[in-house]
Design a protein around this ligand. Sequence first.
Ligand code: FES
Length: 154
Amino acid sequence: MASDEQQQPAAERPRKSQRVYRTEAIAVMWDASVCINSHQCVNALPQVFRPEARPWVQVDAASADEIARAVARCPSGALHFERLDGGAREEVPEEATVSPQPNGPLYVRGRMRILSADGSLLREDYRMALCRCGQSNKKPFCDGSHRDAGFEAD
Ligand code: FES
């Protein structure tokens, strides 16, 4: 029989750099090391995702379903959730897609493993933002540097 860790998608397993905010219904995991401040979560649910507040995730300010929908919009994979109330897991597209963002990164959706040049695993996730401006300090991932660099592309 598989352990809980084997059954849980890699993207939802605890990472060293992440913080967890939880209620009895949902746990929200935030990994600051891959956050690109796209503010998709803030735009979706401003009463929950409040960058000026501490903690910045007010996880009890909306329903677990609303929070799950907002988390699933996070393009970088900095946010993930785990339902503790039996609610549905995030739906992961069967097919991977790569979408260039105007003046910004490539958004990748779908199960993806990013390997380093020596073949070791850099990251496994189903939402990522990959740098296409060449300015990121966390290549191949976007770190938001395209904004300061004034990167322009369709
Ligand atoms: S595209 Fe964001 S840092 Fe390069």
